[in-house]
Design a protein around this ligand. Structure first.
Ligand code: AMP
Ligand code: ZN
Length: 470
């Protein structure tokens, strides 16, 4: 088996050769912690979790280091802190917002079956490394100080633009760069800037007197350097990060360390849209992971079903998220779990590993799962064990799935009151031909997630059974 990965920089699929197979290193840009993560944010988390599991399988669990940062310095965080905790000093309010959001994020991605990365560095704990890189860039002639800002001098880097493969005009438009008085050139981007009064601030690099705060791109260069070194194997994130974020990270790190490459492979997941449209609050189709787990349009799904839904599409293609996608994923997975043996992730079937090794071909993986499901009918136990092994390897957990279903059912039942009593009342209403009341009782149950099925028993007498709507 040969692992092949698509590299955004070279634009082709290549055999993966780690710099050191005893220490395979991957960095993925993580969340900015100011609010619940949306289902689009879940995509890179799931995609790179699948890759992490595959790398651990190929190179050994203790030979893979996965770093996913937490961005805890950002204007959106400051705005949220001011809004939610107007009485608190800003820095304290910011800490509350970031800690709470980080817990929420962990709960959500745990439910999606994602392993915790090896390290989850916080930007605010790596300001010294950011300053060190900035000093190197100034010394190397790649950055300059102007009006208490430090800027990266794009013209000093002949390789700038190679990742995004865009013309200067396209890059200018894409970066939505401001023409600012402290910029020598419109393309130059901020490495360090002054903090506004009351905002978080740190001693500045480059001999700047007032304290300041880092730009966004330098955070990832600093955290990747600290935890993975000057060069590492894989750098990942969503496709929207290619430009300007990754282009800028690449420029900073390569110029600071005099390296030709920052990461050997750049991987980007395609975008997620909801029911054919870009997800946005104004379109009313914005949905968080938490809402999908607990209630979206009157429905909810276990995290394993959401993970499985995400795997239906190849990671580089756009994905269209919908209610039907979630329902189908739920039903298929429920069927798989109903016949799969309870087992562990240690011995995945070769067909599954091979499909993943081909640039994480999860649609092929799913076809293989269906093939195993068909084999359960003919070969029984053997295929049932293989299916169980495959599901466990993919991070799909039968126990967690059933626990979610049991909890959701219990909550429907408690909300519906005594289902049997309501059904008996409806039968009585029907018997006295009070159809208005019997319909009302049926609707009341339906509103609480119970569907009634009217039929006849063996003697031809009417009977009503019920089930929980899915
Ligand atoms: P952010 O918190 O916006 O910086 O995003 C965190 C991660 O989620 C990044 O890797 C983004 O590329 C990714 N991301 C954000 N929105 C989407 C989306 N709609 N589809 C896929 N990935 C996304
Ligand atoms: Zn980043």
């Amino acid at each position: 088996m040969e692992l092949k990965l698509y590299d955004t920089l070279t634009k082709d699929k290549q055999p993966f050769r780690p710099l050191d197979s005893n220490n395979v290193r991957m960095y993925v840009c993580g969340p900015t912690v100011y609010d619940f993560a949306h289902i689009g944010n879940a995509r890179p988390v799931i995609v790179f979790d699948v890759l992490f599991r595959l790398l651990r399988h190929v190179y050994g669990e203790s030979h893979v280091k996965y770093v996913r940062n937490i961005t805890d310095v950002d204007d959106k965080i400051n705005d949220r802190a001011l809004r939610d905790y107007p009485g608190l000093p800003l820095n304290e309010a910011i800490r509350k917002v970031t800690e709470q959001t980080e817990w929420q994020f962990h709960d959500d991605v745990d439910a999606l079956g994602c392993l915790r990365p090896t390290v989850e560095p916080r930007a605010t704990e790596h300001v010294a490394e950011m300053r060190a890189i900035i000093e190197k860039l100034i010394k190397n002639g790649n950055a300059y100080v102007e009006q208490d800002h430090v800027l990266f001098k794009v013209a000093s880097d002949p390789n700038y633009g190679k990742l995004a493969r865009r013309s200067l005009d396209e890059m200018l438009a894409g970066a939505r760069v401001d023409v600012a008085p402290y910029k020598h050139d419109a393309m130059d981007f901020v490495l360090w800037k002054p903090s506004k009064p009351g905002e978080p601030s740190w001693p500045s690099p480059g001999g700047i007197k007032p304290e300041g705060r880092p730009g966004w791109h330098i955070e990832c260069s600093a955290m990747a350097w600290k935890h993975l070194g000057e060069q590492f194997d894989i750098h990942g994130g969503g496709i929207d990060l290619v430009f300007p974020h990754h282009e800028n990270e690449l420029a900073q790190s390569c110029c600071a360390f005099h390296e030709a490459r920052m990461a050997n492979v750049w991987m980007h997941n395609g975008f997620l849209q909801v029911e054919g449209e870009k997800m946005s609050k104004s379109l009313g189709n914005f949905v968080t992971i938490r809402e999908l787990l607990t209630g979206w349009r009157g429905r909810s799904w276990p995290g394993d079903a959401l993970r499985f839904a995400m795997m239906q599409t190849h990671y580089r293609s756009p994905i269209d998220w919908s209610l039907v996608l979630c329902d189908n994923a739920f039903n298929t997975l429920k069927d798989f779990f109903s016949v799969a043996a309870a087992t562990t992730s240690e011995n995945p079937p070769a067909s599954i590993v091979e499909a993943l090794a081909d640039d994480l071909n999860t649609p092929k993986v799913i076809a293989e799962l269906h093939a195993l499901r068909r084999q359960v009918r003919s070969t029984g136990d053997e295929a049932s064990v293989a299916l169980g092994d495959a599901l466990a390897f993919l991070g799909l957990d039968a126990e967690r799935f059933s626990a979610w279903v049991a909890k959701a059912d219990a909550s429907v039942l408690s909300g519906a009151g005594k289902v049997d009593d309501l059904i008996a009342a409806r039968a009585a209403a029907r018997a006295r031909k009070d159809f208005k009341e019997s319909d009302r009782l049926r609707d009341e149950l339906a509103a609480r997630g119970i569907v009634l099925k009217d039929g006849k028993d063996v003697d031809g007498n009417p009977v009503t059974t019920w089930e929980i709507a899915r």
